[in-house]
Write a protein that binds this ligand. Structure first.
Ligand code: GLU
Length: 453
């Protein structure tokens, strides 16, 4: 069977780092196995789902380079869910319940008050046909629950958490359909995982108890169709926390928009999210393929994955420092060459900063005010630079500074800094050896002359 993973966001908001990480891991798992990555838009909740979020999800995945092989939308698949529902109902695995939200709430409070777990008491199963008829005659439409089989524990070998075991009697029969006929998440997801041939379900550990319930749904659905069951391989990853070790509000809203606005590379985000929470080091990869090769669920730990924005920025800088010219071609101003890129790149934290450094090459540059002694020194530098010899060789910076050293006896900072300041308007920056040829003889001479005031 082709390895098939799925990312199943509900389009009720933008993707945030937590779900970007889930999407990435599912993409990596599929790519590593040469399989398929499915995007499933979980838009059964018509009231909360928004088309703009569907589009934003697609755009964010495209920006991250996590292109799905195929996309489905649950809102186009209701007929399939209806069919599954009827099958399960005929098999006695779905039952109507009539309690209001307030009644259920009260039941839970009473149970908790008695120190009992707030599990649904299955009172609806005791209703007679006449009771049900009376409710319906009184205009109360039922919602629907999936009846868990209490006979045997639910077990699975989790790809991250290892052997898992749940006592179904400790779980509430989940509501799968509301009184108005609309679907809750649980059943459509299981139906789709079967229909789409999903072989691996990889999601956050907040879904562990859903998995227990869904395993019974898979079993019931396969049985109702008289088919041999193929359960997906389940794996639940530890949740993401901020650098301070907590789930922060900021993380819950931090997404691709913010990353793009900050000028971060999508590769930095994927490189970080691929590795945090695993025993593998976070490294500045040059390609997502390196992440694909290294992806290994067995390296995932049980402790929360720490997402540190400062680490993201450091990683971004490292990635930029090794980015080939081709990767920035789309960003560069006219005249900007590969040499310029290689010279400037070690000074950048973000690729977009190349524009500011290019300004240093092309000018004009804002020089600081120099004292008299420095002005005299720079006047000498201007003369040396004008002699025609300095730029004749292949290392004008060495030629310039060497000549000035001999002539003035200056050395170290006193020799170099005024030149850098006059030539670039800055105290620091790219290696002058590489920068000076880019500035060129003409502009260098003019800047040194101008520095005399
Ligand atoms: N729509 C569900 C969610 O966003 C999908 C969970 C799953 O992966 O099954 O939580």
């Amino acid at each position: 069977m082709t390895v098939t993973t799925r990312f199943a966001p509900s389009p009720t908001g933008r993707l945030h780092v937590g779900n970007i990480r889930t999407a990435l891991h599912n993409w990596l798992l599929a790519r590593k196995a040469g399989g398929r990555f499915v995007l499933r838009i979980d838009d059964t909740d018509a009231e909360r789902s928004r088309e703009e979020y569907v589009e934003a999800i697609r755009a964010d995945l495209a920006w991250l380079g996590l292109t799905p092989d195929i996309e489905y939308r649950q809102s186009e698949r209701f007929a399939l869910y209806d069919g599954a529902f009827e099958m399960l109902r005929a098999a006695g695995r779905v039952y109507p319940a009539y309690e209001t939200a307030q009644e259920l709430d009260l039941k839970r409070k009473i149970q908790l008050g008695r120190g009992l777990p707030p599990i649904y008491d299955r009172a609806a199963l005791d209703l007679s046909d006449a009771d049900r008829a009376a409710k319906e005659a009184a205009g109360i439409a039922p919602h629907w629950r999936f009846k868990l089989d209490h006979d045997a524990p639910i077990t699975w070998d989790d790809g991250i958490r290892g052997s898992q075991k749940f006592d179904p009697a400790q779980l509430s029969d989940p509501v799968i359909r509301r009184a108005d006929g609309s679907w809750l998440y649980m059943l459509p997801s299981a139906v789709d995982d079967i229909a789409m041939g999903v072989t691996n379900v990889l999601r956050g550990e907040d879904h562990v108890s859903n998995t227990a319930v869904q395993i019974q749904m898979f079993t019931a659905l396969y049985a109702a169709q008289g088919k041999v069951q193929h359960l997906p391989r389940f794996a639940h990853e530890a949740l993401l926390v901020g650098a301070e070790g907590k789930l922060s509000k900021r993380l819950g809203s931090l997404g691709c928009d913010a990353f793009r606005d900050q000028g971060l590379e999508s590769l930095a985000i994927t490189a970080l999210l691929a590795r945090i929470g695993t025993s593998q080091p976070v490294v500045a990869v040059s390609d997502k393929e390196e992440l694909v090769e290294g992806f290994d669920l067995s390296t995932f730990g049980r402790a929360p994955a720490r997402f540190d924005e400062a680490e993201l920025h450091r990683l971004n800088a490292q990635i930029v420092h090794q980015m080939p010219f081709d990767a920035v071609r789309g960003l560069v101003p006219d005249g900007f060459t590969e040499d310029a890129w290689l010279t400037i790149r070690p000074n950048l934290e973000k690729a977009s900063e190349l524009v500011e450094w290019w300004q240093v090459v092309t000018g004009p540059v804002a020089q600081p005010a120099f004292d008299d002694e420095t002005r005299a020194y720079l006047a000498e530098a201007a003369q040396v630079a004008a002699g025609g010899k300095i730029f004749a060789g292949d290392d004008p910076w060495h030629a310039l500074t060497h000549t000035l050293k001999e002539a003035t006896g200056r050395k170290g900072k006193a020799l170099f800094l005024p030149l850098r300041q006059a030539l670039t308007g800055m105290d620091h920056g790219p290696d002058m050896k590489q920068l000076l040829p880019l500035i060129g003889e003409e502009a260098a001479r003019r800047r040194l002359e101008r520095a005399q005031g």
